[in-house]
Design a protein around this ligand. Structure first.
Ligand SMILES: [Zn+2]
Length: 325
């Protein structure tokens, strides 16, 4: 489905396999040229769908001159390489996103790091191997592409008679950015603000200094200050009740953090144990990936509580344990 969101500006909905089922790319037209914001996932049918949707507005893959990426999760950047090969499009992203992408590409190193990281958080060898399998599977979806420019903070980019600002919004992913079209009050938000779910938060296993929740909440404040009329997200419907949605997301995180704190006592527990207790019986219906995402989120809240001074972290036999203070 292709939808006109503004004059010569389109939302293209592409398939993806996970629960969300779809991801949006956005195409800005200037005469025969197309700027594409995110690319969708590299999977059967996605390229054909993008091609057909562009054809329906009289353009083609070859018309794509520039690709602007919000972040390098595979559902947002997966087709970058294939498109670039066909159209010679220039690719633009943040320098941090580029570093994350470089890490993804060194899969063996990533797997070794992941084994260490998740074992330290109390995951059993069986569960660690399930995650390794997921990473192996993801390897095939990680595109190779050449980068043309890195965004600078507050960059203003001109495309035809439109200009947009690059807003740095780390949190959901390190190096995440949004694109703000000030004249129209239009924000392409990637995965920074989503309509139905709070964007997932994960550790950067290469950088344990990075605090995803803290960064994320700060990046919400950045968005709150912009005169936005409509948010066009990477998944789901566009949003106009922006303050309300941001409030909901803030409340969601505050509540989850509070519930997690209450589940802690003076008995030391690992991130894995805490997460399993939180999921409870529902775990029977969850797949390995969902449990993995829940573990990541538990880690994110624990890290925050540790920084707040509400909990203590201790290492025993190379495993981290948490207790309430
Ligand atoms: Zn994402």
């Amino acid at each position: 489905m292709i939808t006109e969101i503004s004059d010569s500006f389109y939302r293209i909905t592409l398939p993806m396999p996970f629960r969300l089922r779809h991801v949006h790319a956005y195409a800005l037209i200037d005469g025969g040229r197309v700027a594409l914001f995110d690319t969708g996932m590299h999977m059967p049918g996605a390229f054909e769908k993008l091609e057909a949707d562009l054809q329906s507005i009289g353009r083609s893959i070859e018309s794509i001159r520039d690709i602007y990426l919000t972040h390098v999760h595979t559902d947002h950047c997966g087709m970058s390489g294939t498109i670039q090969e066909k159209s010679k499009a220039r690719i633009h992203l943040s320098e941090v996103a580029h570093q994350v992408h470089a890490h993804f590409q060194k899969a063996d190193y990533l797997i070794a790091q992941a084994r260490l990281f998740y074992a330290r958080h109390g995951m059993s060898a069986r569960d660690v191997e399930a995650i390794v399998e997921e990473i192996e599977d993801m390897k095939s979806r990680i595109p190779q592409f050449a980068v043309n420019t890195f965004f600078q903070k507050n960059d203003v980019i001109q495309f035809g008679n439109r200009s947009f600002e690059v807003i740095f919004t780390p949190g959901h992913a390190a190096g995440h950015v949004c694109f703000f079209f000030r004249d129209e009050g239009l924000l392409l938000a990637g995965d920074h603000v989503l309509p139905y779910i709070a964007p997932s938060l994960s550790p950067n296993i290469y950088d344990e200094i990075f605090q995803p929740l803290k960064s994320y909440l700060e990046s919400l404040t950045v968005i709150e200050k912009l005169p936005i009329n409509t948010i066009h997200p990477g998944h789901g419907n566009s949003l106009t009740s922006i303050d309300e949605r941001i409030r909901e997301i803030r409340t969601h995180h505050a509540l989850k953090k509070e519930v997690l704190l209450k589940s802690l006592s003076n008995r030391p527990k690992t991130t894995y144990t805490i997460c399993s207790e939180m999921i409870g019986a529902a775990a029977a219906n969850w797949d390995d990936w969902e449990k993995f995402m829940a573990l990541n989120e538990t880690y994110v809240y624990l890290q925050e509580l540790k920084h707040d001074g509400s909990i203590e972290e201790n290492m025993m036999d190379s495993v981290l344990f948490y207790t309430a203070v």
